[in-house]
Design a protein around this ligand. Structure first.
Ligand code: ZN
Length: 384
């Protein structure tokens, strides 16, 4: 198994006679040093990290390396601060949570070398590079425009009200439909609004249990009991997908989720500093994991970017540049925004979101796809 310390940043500057890797030329991504050495590719690596590939490469073993890279930091392992509190951190007033997060973000912004050693921030496609290195058949690239999946985590009644009032009309005006993950047991759910979201053609999914950030730490029976408590809600609203609160996931949690849902979207491509440093799967392509289709969150999330102190204009530019790199690589663009005012439910962030939707709708490079439709099309395992 590949360890975090094995991952090194490299920049392919010559891809040889391998057109399937042209997307990676000039892009910095992480590869495992043991693989580079065992495959002989290290001979083309210079002291600056520039990598030159020879012609005539045949490296089928790169497929196994791709899987190892995807799972190297897919599960955080260690507990973030919010999971160590002796109470649900959601009982803290929102303003206190926001203050704590901003203070952490300010401190962290200058320490990217600590929290983005791997995956690199804001994007790391190391696993996809290895998959394509293994050969054109090792990873199916979608034909036509790049799929774009919009998603929201509705962490509060305010978020649910705001998505209906502020976000859905914007998305519908651009011909897009979003996936909306709701917290089943934290606040009284307005099922009338859930019905409206579905009636307007948008998707609904389950966002954990009570957003206390502890489900992934429970023992098996307690964890499964929690998942079971949301089954009726999920069935009533046709919810086929799951997203873990604060993206706190474990292999064991995903195995249990697989018994209830068809897909999961809890693993970021590059997680940034949250929920823990150096977390993510370094791929922007959906993949099979623990009996589920995993749809990685491939764009940096609104919360992380705001915590790090980025202005809405910078966030827009970052989303556009990251989406362009993902499109070139044959991945899927997946965006998470939160609809509360303190996240994206405010005028400056809604303006950035609108501009991003304009860009996606008019560039000719992208097409909007609902997350569950993407899961239906993907070649992943689909438990009934
Ligand atoms: Zn959430």
């Amino acid at each position: 198994m590949i360890a975090l310390a094995d991952m090194i940043p490299v920049r392919p500057v010559r891809i040889g006679d391998n057109p399937g890797l042209a997307w990676a030329e000039g892009l910095t991504l992480s590869l495992p040093r043991p693989f580079l050495e065992a495959s002989g590719l290290a001979a083309g690596l210079d002291s600056r990290g520039d990598l030159r590939l020879p012609d005539g490469l045949a490296l089928p073993e790169a497929a196994a390396a791709a899987a190892s890279v995807r799972e190297c930091r897919a599960f955080p392992g260690e507990r973030p601060v919010s999971s160590r509190l002796p109470f649900s951190y959601h009982v803290l007033p929102a303003v206190v949570r926001q203050f704590v997060a901003k203070a952490m973000g300010r401190r962290l912004r200058g320490r990217q070398g600590h929290w983005a050693r791997f995956p690199l921030w804001p994007l790391d496609l190391g696993a996809d590079f290895l998959a394509d290195l293994a050969g054109p058949d090792a990873s199916a690239r979608p034909a036509g425009p790049t799929p774009v999946v919009l998603s929201h985590d509705l962490d509060s009644a305010e978020g649910l009200a705001n998505v209906v009032e502020l976000f859905l009309p914007l998305e519908e005006a651009h011909g897009a439909r979003s996936m909306n993950f709701v917290v089943p047991k934290a606040w009284p759910l307005d099922e009338g609004l859930l019905g409206e979201i579905a009636a307007r053609g948008h998707g609904l999914g389950i966002h954990g249990h009570d957003h206390g950030n502890t489900t992934w730490l429970l023992d098996g029976p307690a964890r499964r009991h929690r998942l079971e408590q949301s089954r009726d809600l999920a069935r009533r609203h046709g919810m086929a997908g799951y997203r873990a609160p604060s993206l706190l996931r474990s292999r064991e949690l995903l195995r249990d989720v697989a018994a209830c849902y068809r897909f999961d979207s809890s693993i970021p491509t590059s997680g940034g500093p949250f929920p823990v440093p150096n977390n993510g799967c370094a791929t922007a392509r959906p993949f099979a994991l623990e009996g589920l289709l995993e749809i990685p969150l491939s764009l940096p999330r609104d919360g992380s970017l705001l915590f790090l102190g980025h202005a809405p204009g910078e966030i827009l530019a970052l989303w556009q540049a990251t989406a362009a790199a993902i499109a070139r690589s044959g991945g899927v663009v997946v965006l998470l925004t939160h609809c509360e005012k303190r996240f994206s439910g405010n005028a400056p962030m809604l303006a950035a979101y609108t501009a991003f939707l304009d860009h996606l709708a008019t560039s000719g490079t992208y097409r909007f796809v609902r997350m569950d439709a993407l899961a239906d099309c993907a070649n992943g395992p689909h438990p009934a």
